[in-house]
Design a protein around this ligand. Structure first.
Ligand code: GRF
Length: 203
């Protein structure tokens, strides 16, 4: 049974999608055993509490410079984490962390990488840029995390139509409902099986 840590910063709807798909209980290959939040105010913490999932807050302002990555690694080791899932997480993990957990960190991005990604492209800003460019299709991407922002192997993508009268908020919600909350659980299942196969464990 793999130990999964979900990293959050805000509402935690992607964490909730994982919980609803059984990753806090019935799923046979892994379990969410830790939530790490970048903020004490994240509603995602309430979702973790509701499921009895332990949580830690690692705020960058409390761990300046290299201390941040060191604290992240310390927390992951303390909880024997096998897979890290960035779900609406807004802090950047340094190369110390991405190297220590190489091929063990995935992220959900609310656009079809390589479009509308990279530094500064997160949350509503992504959907504002999508509407500003006038594209007719957007979506979400789950990708491996390495030292390049949004630069790792793409695992899954799902397209979503952009509609005439969309606002950034309406489009964000559609991308969450029709893409993020569907492909993130699928990607976590893929990764649990990939990690177990690498360890020659039965899947
Ligand atoms: C979502 O747009 C997600 O794609 C992005 O952060 C936003 C909030 O996610 N990464 P959540 O509700 O906190 O999971």
């Amino acid at each position: 049974m793999l130990n999964i840590a979900v990293f959050v910063s805000g509402g935690g709807t992607n964490l909730q999608a994982l919980i609803d798909r059984g990753f806090a209980g019935s799923y046979p290959h892994g379990r969410i055993t830790l939530v790490v939040s970048s903020s004490y105010k994240a509603y995602a913490i309430e979702r973790a509490k509701g499921q009895g999932i332990p949580y830690e807050v690692v705020a960058r302002k409390e761990h300046p410079g290299e201390a941040f990555d060191k604290r992240i690694i310390e927390v992951l080791k303390n909880h024997s984490i096998d897979l890290v899932v960035l779900a609406g997480y807004l802090s950047i993990l340094g190369q110390t962390v991405t190297d220590a957990y190489k091929d063990r960190i995935i992220n959900i991005h609310p656009a079809l990488i390589p479009s509308f990604c990279g530094m500064g492209m997160y949350g509503l800003r992504v959907h504002e840029a999508v509407l500003g460019r006038g594209v007719k299709v957007t979506g979400a991407t789950v990708h491996m995390v390495n030292e390049i922002p949004d630069g790792g192997e793409i695992l899954l993508q799902k397209a979503v139509d952009v509609l005439e009268d969309d606002t950034p908020e309406v489009l964000q919600r559609r991308v969450m409902e029709q893409a993020e909350w569907i492909i993130l659980p699928q990607a976590v299942d893929m990764m649990c099986k990939r990690i177990k196969e690498r360890a020659n464990e039965p899947v």
